[in-house]
Design a binder for this molecule. Structure first.
Ligand SMILES: *Cc1c(COP(=O)(O)O)cnc(C)c1O
Length: 358
């Protein structure tokens, strides 16, 4: 058998996958516990039945980009959409990364930032956070000054810690990024939960893009749709790199259709926030170490730091959470997505049981 060698820099690369296990209660990938409203399903059926299936999609996804831009008071020219914000990130890396270029991340953070950079042959340097996973501006500035990265990643609220980065920190990082002629990418996949957004700092002359997604608060993880907001000149460059017709017609129209239900989205966010506060209170009561979250998930560390064992025992009770216990810096921790009220109650009851049993 003949096996052509894969790229040398990829031989050690492990994929980034969350377990897809058939369980009753899935709290491991930060999806919305509720589906989009019934009227959205009806609208999608109409769209699918009248679509020009024999034609290529609108390559520039004009209607979708205009509709997204309108949400933020920006022209569609400042919006780039793709198959999930992961493809947005990949297109950024294909355009700005590559051999002899460096990106900076601050671990622990969203693992795909480093992962996608590596698959594009870009060198990855990680800065540090303190033991509560807070990032200091002085440290971030030092790392950026030293490494002169082409891309610096921030994630706010940060996955998997839930921490919202302060505006002061983001502004300080942005100033240093500008000084080294780099680009700051702020991943706001959970931006709808945040009290502030880096979107307000976007300007044609500022090296900043903000990425967002339909996968979480918009309850459309199945659709694979994400976008970035940034300078129009940069969006134009991304279009030169991304595959032609990368966004199919159905998805483009699904995105536009979804935006008509923003009131329902905001209601889901409010429900999740109140459920999250319940989770935080109850987890603390159970004697579990928690991190205050500004998102739709909670990072916690069971007593004795026995994350993996607790994960197994939750799974045995048909509940799937994210096992972060072996991730660098996250020893013993688990991450639970805020589910609906019944799911959260079941999770807390199961965890209580597990922690009681010696
Ligand atoms: C879930 C998530 C995404 C979403 O990726 P999609 O490809 O849009 O589904 C991006 N960034 C972070 C930090 C996430 O947690």
């Amino acid at each position: 058998m003949s096996r052509p060698p894969i790229r040398e820099d990829l031989t050690e690369l492990a994929g980034y996958h969350s377990a897809q296990v058939d369980v009753k209660i899935r709290l491991n990938t930060n999806e919305s516990p509720a589906a989009p409203p019934a009227a959205f399903h009806t609208r999608m059926a109409e769209i699918a039945s009248t679509l020009d299936w024999h034609r290529y999609p609108d390559r520039g996804a004009g209607a979708l980009r205009d509709a997204i831009g309108a949400l933020y008071g920006m022209p569609g020219a400042q919006v780039f959409a793709a198959n999930g914000s992961n493809e947005v990130l990949q297109t950024l890396l294909l355009t700005f990364g590559g051999p002899n270029r460096t990106v900076v991340t601050f671990e622990p953070t969203y693992a795909m930032h480093g992962q996608i950079a590596r698959t594009t042959g870009t060198r990855v340097v990680s800065g540090e956070r303190d033991e509560r996973f807070m990032l200091s501006a002085d440290h971030a500035i030092d790392v950026i000054r030293r490494e002169e990265p082409i891309i610096t990643f921030l994630c706010s609220p940060n996955n998997p810690t839930g921490i919202v980065e302060s505006e002061e920190l983001v502004r300080a990082v942005l100033a240093e990024v500008e000084a080294v002629n780099g680009l700051l990418v702020v991943d706001e996949a959970y931006g709808e939960f945040s009290p502030w957004s880096a979107v307000d700092l976007i300007d044609e002359d500022v090296p900043l893009v903000v990425t967002r997604t339909f996968s979480k608060t918009w309850a459309m993880a199945a659709a694979r749709l994400g976008y970035l907001l940034g300078p129009a000149w940069l969006v134009e460059r991304l279009f030169a790199v991304v595959l032609p017709y990368h966004l199919d017609s159905l998805k483009q129209q699904a995105g536009v259709a979804a935006l008509a239900f923003s009131a329902e989205m905001e209601e889901r966010v409010a429900t999740i926030v109140s459920e999250r506060e319940k989770l935080l209170t109850e987890l603390t009561r159970l004697g579990v170490e928690v991190w205050r979250s500004g998102s739709n998930f909670v990072l916690f560390r069971p007593p004795a730091g026995d994350g993996r064992q607790v994960w197994d025992q939750l799974l045995a009770r048909d509940i799937l959470v994210r096992d972060c216990s072996s991730w660098e810096g996250l020893d013993g921790t688990l991450r639970v997505t805020v589910g609906n009220s019944d799911e959260n109650t079941a999770f807390l009851a199961a965890l209580g049981e597990i922690l009681e049993t010696p």
